[in-house]
Design a protein around this ligand. Structure first.
Ligand code: DX5
Ligand code: ZN
Length: 214
């Protein structure tokens, strides 16, 4: 699956870009929420999610890069999030937080920074629907892919399969048409792509190429 990240979209023409994703092979729409504390950058918030939700025909995959994400779970649900992920590094009571995300009717995800080993996920895996592995340091679009991610995907794939779980593995950062097939081979299920999609001359075709259907 592919989840284009609108961080790299044209915000003056966001409606047009969402319509493009509606028509494309995109599976989810990825929205990056940054607060200037958990990560150095600030992105966008509720009004933008609400506006996107009004016209989006694909599930909204909201990636929280904020401190104390547990304060805002219900607000993000009301804004239109279908999938909500929180960072392992930023959630002190992670088990409670992912349970709340599910009880609000969303798919719950946990995110790991590039330096965090997948072994820390073992106790939480049965309680999440997906794991998002960062393949860049969170905060900015357009950074280059960190190669050690492949090993983390393979290890996590093994953990999930051995536990007999259906947890999806999502990869975020520096994904492009070159590394996409390698990520799929390593065991990834969902690829986030910002720059690769929105800076391409033909984003609809690029989505198909990353997804491997063209
Ligand atoms: C980075 C964000 C990503 C970003 C990916 O902190 O979490 O979702 O939009 O952008 P690219 O694909 O350009 O690396
Ligand atoms: Zn993201």
């Amino acid at each position: 699956m592919i989840a284009p990240s609108i961080l790299s979209a044209d915000f003056l023409n966001l409606g047009r870009d969402i319509e493009m994703l509606n028509r494309s092979h995109a599976d989810w729409i990825h929205l990056d929420i940054m607060d200037g504390h958990f990560v150095p950058n600030i992105s966008f918030g509720m009004p933008v999610i609400e506006a996107v939700a009004k016209i989006a025909k694909k599930p909204l995959d909201v990636h929280l890069m904020i401190e104390k994400p547990e304060r805002y779970l219900e607000v993000f649900r009301k804004a239109g999030a279908n999938l909500l992920s929180v960072h392992y590094e930023g959630a002190v009571h992670l088990h409670r937080t992912v349970a709340q995300i599910r009880s609000l009717g969303m798919k719950s995800g946990v995110v790991l920074n590039p330096h965090t080993p997948v072994s820390v996920l073992e106790p939480i895996l049965p309680y999440v629907d997906f794991v998002l592995l960062m393949s860049v340091n969170p905060g900015y679009g357009g950074q280059s892919f960190i190669e050690t991610t492949y090993g983390k995907i393979r290890m996590l794939r093994r953990m999930i399969d051995e536990a007999g779980l259906k947890t999806l593995i999502e990869i975020d950062g520096g994904v492009n048409e070159q590394n996409a097939p390698l990520l799929q081979q390593a065991g990834a299920n969902v690829l986030v792509a910002g720059n690769a999609v929105f800076k391409a001359p033909d984003p609809v075709a690029m989505i198909e190429r990353i997804k491997g259907v063209r």
